[in-house]
Design a protein. Structure first.
Length: 242
């Protein structure tokens, strides 16, 4: 009887260890795995002087038009990852973004971080953008830059591709950073193929608005061209095929 109990305990311990090892392998998947599989896009490996400017959380009634004015002045293009709730509130800004040649991406309906709500919010936002523009977004940026297989799968189910940003191009404008530091962060870390993270809503974005001309001046002086994320992804794909 004691031997049987000992065998049972040993079996349970071995089973538990095996389960933990399997779980560790599952959760050991990192950026390079997702990047190699093509499931998530961070930036392009190119020597061509191109950069993608991206803005999250909008549109905002004050900051988004101000950013659009600056982009128009510099003939620059950007990708805006918009929230469905904000798009519903400001459809005229959404229409302006499209008319001025910018790209729209999906950033959930109400900034959800709940996996149980994610697919529904993706669908809601895509439906809203389709109703306003006649086109559905093809890109999705998860809240906070969170990613895993479940998020990728839900994006795929909604015909969306997950997009993040270059590791050294988080401007931290969400953290009360002053405009000179925001500009310096972008300029000092600049590389061809970068995807830069800004925000045009979700708080006071005056510093982002003030930083943008400094960044665009530098890009122009150094012969950098701003393109949309989809254009950047196309360039990256062609490079991988060659």
């Amino acid at each position: 009887m004691k031997k049987k109990i000992l065998y049972t305990i040993t079996y349970l311990l071995l089973t538990s260890c095996l389960f933990l090892l399997i779980q560790e392998q599952v959760y050991a998947k990192d950026r390079f795995d997702f990047e190699e599989d093509g499931d998530i896009f961070w930036d392009a490996k190119t020597e061509e002087k191109v950069i993608a400017l991206t803005f999250d959380d909008g549109p905002h009634s004050k900051y988004t038009p101000a950013i659009l004015d600056i982009l128009a002045e510099y003939e620059a293009k950007a990708t805006f990852f918009v929230m469905g709730a904000h798009a519903e509130k400001f459809p005229d800004i959404i229409q302006r973004q499209v008319m001025e040649g910018h790209e729209l991406g999906n950033h959930t309906y109400d900034h959800t971080t709940k996996l149980s709500r994610l697919s529904q919010e993706m669908k809601e936002t895509s439906d809203i953008l389709y109703a306003i523009t006649g086109n559905r977004p093809t890109l999705f940026r998860p809240v906070g830059g969170s990613y895993n297989d479940a998020i990728v799968k839900r994006a795929e189910d909604n015909q969306l591709h997950v997009v993040l940003w270059s590791w050294d191009q988080d401007t931290k404008d969400w953290d009360g950073t002053d405009y000179k530091t925001i500009a310096d962060n972008v300029i000092n870390n600049l590389s061809p193929g970068d995807v830069v993270l800004f925000h045009d809503a979700g708080g006071n974005r005056e510093q982002t608005v003030k930083a943008l001309p400094l960044i665009l001046d530098y890009l122009a002086e150094n012969q950098y061209k701003t393109i949309t994320v989809s254009e950047m992804m196309e360039k990256d794909q062609k490079l991988k095929e060659n």
